[in-house]
Ligand binder design. Structure first.
Ligand SMILES: *Cc1c(COP(=O)(O)O)cnc(C)c1O
Ligand SMILES: [Zn+2]
Length: 438
C-alpha cells in the first residue's frame, strides 16, 4: 500500500521535475538516491523512482584553494548565507526576503564542564537564538528558497511544534500562504507560536506519525496541489539546512572539528546532515581530516533509535510516543537507520533519558550556564551526562552539545518544580523572616 503510494508520488514528481529542469540552486547538481545512487534533476521529489529510497542533494562543490573559500565565508553575512557556496540556494540568496537564521552562539560551558567532569573543553551550540527560537529556522530557510524556485505558493509541513512556527514565520516574510499541521495536544507555547504569524494552523487528532501520514496523503491528492511541504516533498532541500550547524561549530572553533557532538534525534534528519556537513568541510580542506564521534539523544518515552542502537539492530522498530519532549516525539523516524549507521561508524552512541532526567538537565544547564533550554535541550544535556557516567563519551575530549530550542516554549515541563523562593509582604521584617539576606 505505502510503497504503491510512494511510487505514484515519485512518478508524478518526475513529471513536475521535467518542467522545472531549468531550476538552478547554487552548487546543487541534482538529487541522488541515498540507497541506490540513482541521479535525478532538481525538483520537488523526495523518493527514488527506482528503489523508493530517500533522495538528497548532490553537489558540484567549489574546488581549489581552501584558504580563499574560508576568507569568502568569513567575509559573508552573519547568518547561514555565509555558507551559500555550500548550500542548494541561489547565489544572490542573501538579498531575498527570508528570516536569515543562524550564526548562533557557541557558548564555552566551563561551569557545566566542571559539573559533568569534562576536561577536554565543553561547548553548547545555542540554537534558541534563531528567529523563532529553534534550530528549525535553518531547515525552513533553505526549503523556502526551493519552494520559490519550484513555483509553490503555499508552504506546509507536518510538525512536532517548532517546525510549524518556523514555517508560519518564514512564509509571512517570504510572501507565501501557509497551512501547517500539528498534533492537537502540543504545548501552549508551540501552538501560540505557530498561530501568531497569521497563517493557517490545523491540529490533527492523533500523534505526529498520524500527522505525517495525513500530509503524505495530501501531497498525492489534488487538494495539495501547489503546496510545498518543507519536510516531505521539499525534504531533500530542507535537510541541507542542518549542515550549517556543522559549518558554524567548526568555524566558531577556529576551523577545527570537535572531537564529539551530542545531537537530539526526532526524525534523525538533523544528525544525519550534521555528519554530511562535517564530511564536506574535510573534503574541501576547510578543516583537518581526523575522526570525530557523533552521539544521538532521545527521550525514553520515544526512543526507537536508541533502543535499536542498544540492541545492536539495524532496523528501527516504531514506537508510540509518550514523553514531555514533544519536539522529539517521532515514533517512526525516517532517518533512524542512517543515525544508527553514523553513530556506529564514528564510534559514538545513541542513548535516552527519562522525563525526570530531562527536567533535571534543563535546570542543570540553566543553573550552570544561564541557558534555558526546551525539553529537547534537556534530553541532550541529560544524555551527555549519562554517556559520561557510562564511559561512552570521553570527558578528556572536546565536546559540543546542541541546544535546539527555547525553554519558554515548554514552560509546563519545569513549572511544577520551579517558582519563587518566597512570596512576602513588601516589608523589611518579612524579608528578614524569609532568611534570604546576606
Ligand atoms: C525538530 C527538532 C529536533 C530534531 O530534528 P530531526 O531533524 O527531526 O531529528 C531537535 N530539537 C528540536 C527542538 C526540534 O524542534
Ligand atoms: Zn534508489
Amino acid at each position: 500500500m505505502r510503497r504503491k503510494g510512494l511510487a505514484s508520488m515519485a512518478a508524478q514528481a518526475v513529471e513536475v521535475t521535467e518542467n522545472a529542469s531549468s531550476v538552478t540552486l547554487g552548487p546543487a547538481a541534482g538529487l541522488s538516491c541515498r540507497e541506490c545512487g540513482e541521479r535525478f534533476p532538481l525538483g520537488p521529489i523526495f523518493a527514488c523512482a527506482t528503489c523508493f529510497g530517500p533522495l538528497e542533494v548532490a553537489y558540484e562543490l567549489p574546488g581549489g584553494d581552501p584558504e580563499a573559500l574560508r576568507k569568502q565565508i568569513e567575509a559573508g553575512p552573519h547568518n547561514i548565507w555565509r555558507y551559500a557556496p555550500l548550500l542548494p540556494v541561489p547565489a544572490d540568496v542573501a538579498g531575498k526576503p527570508n528570516l536569515n537564521p543562524g550564526f548562533t552562539k557557541l557558548v564555552k560551558a566551563d561551569n557545566l564542564a566542571r559539573e559533568l567532569g569534562v576536561t577536554g573543553g565543553l561547548y553548547v551550540k545555542d540554537d534558541s537564538g534563531n528567529p523563532t527560537h529553534s534550530f528549525k529556522d535553518r531547515v525552513v530557510a533553505i526549503a523556502v528558497e526551493a519552494a520559490r524556485a519550484f513555483g509553490f505558493t503555499t508552504l506546509s509541513c507536518s510538525s512536532t511544534g517548532n517546525l510549524a512556527g518556523a514555517v508560519g514565520a518564514a512564509a509571512r516574510r517570504a510572501g507565501f500562504r501557509s497551512c501547517v499541521f500539528i498534533p492537537h495536544d502540543l504545548e501552549a507555547g508551540k501552538v501560540v507560536m505557530a498561530a501568531v504569524y497569521g497563517g493557517d494552523l490545523v491540529g490533527i487528532e492523533g500523534n505526529y506519525d498520524d500527522v505525517n501520514r495525513f500530509c503524505s496523503e495530501l501531497i498525492g491528492d489534488p487538494l495539495g496541489e501547489g503546496w510545498g511541504f518543507v519536510n516531505v516533498n521539499l525534504r531533500p532541500y530542507y535537510g541541507e539546512g542542518s549542515k550549517t550547524l556543522a559549518y558554524e561549530i567548526c568555524e566558531q572553533l577556529g576551523w577545527r572539528l570537535p572531537d564529539q557532538i551530542v545531537i537530539p534525534v526526532a526524525s534523525g534528519s538533523q544528525l544525519t546532515k550534521i555528519d554530511k556537513g562535517l564530511k564536506e568541510l574535510i573534503t574541501l580542506g576547510l578543516v583537518e581530516d581526523r575522526p570525530y564521534r557523533i552521539y544521538g539523544a532521545q527521550a525514553e518515552g520515544c526512543s526507537p533509535v536508541s533502543t535499536a542502537f542498544k540492541a545492536g539492530h539495524d532496523v528501527v522498530r516504531p514506537q508510540k510516543p509518550d514523553t514531555i519532549a514533544k519536539s522529539l516525539a517521532i515514533g517512526n523516524p525516517a532517518d533512524g537507520p542512517y543515525v544508527l549507521d553514523i553513530a556506529r561508524r564514528t564510534g559514538g552512541a545513541v542513548e535516552d533519558v527519562n522525563d525526570e532526567q530531562v527536567v533535571d538537565a534543563i535546570k542543570l544547564l540553566a543553573r550552570t550556564e544561564g541557558i534555558f533550554a526546551e525539553t529537547a535541550g534537556g534530553v541532550t544535556v541529560g544524555v551527555t551526562k549519562k554517556l559520561i557516567e557510562a564511559g561512552l563519551l570521553d570527558p578528556t575530549l572536546s565536546t559540543v552539545i546542541l541546544n535546539t530550542g527555547d525553554g519558554l516554549k515548554t514552560l509546563d515541563a519545569v513549572a511544577p518544580t520551579t517558582g519563587p523562593t518566597a512570596t512576602i509582604r513588601p516589608s523589611l521584617d518579612a524579608f528578614r523572616s524569609a532568611g534570604l539576606a546576606g
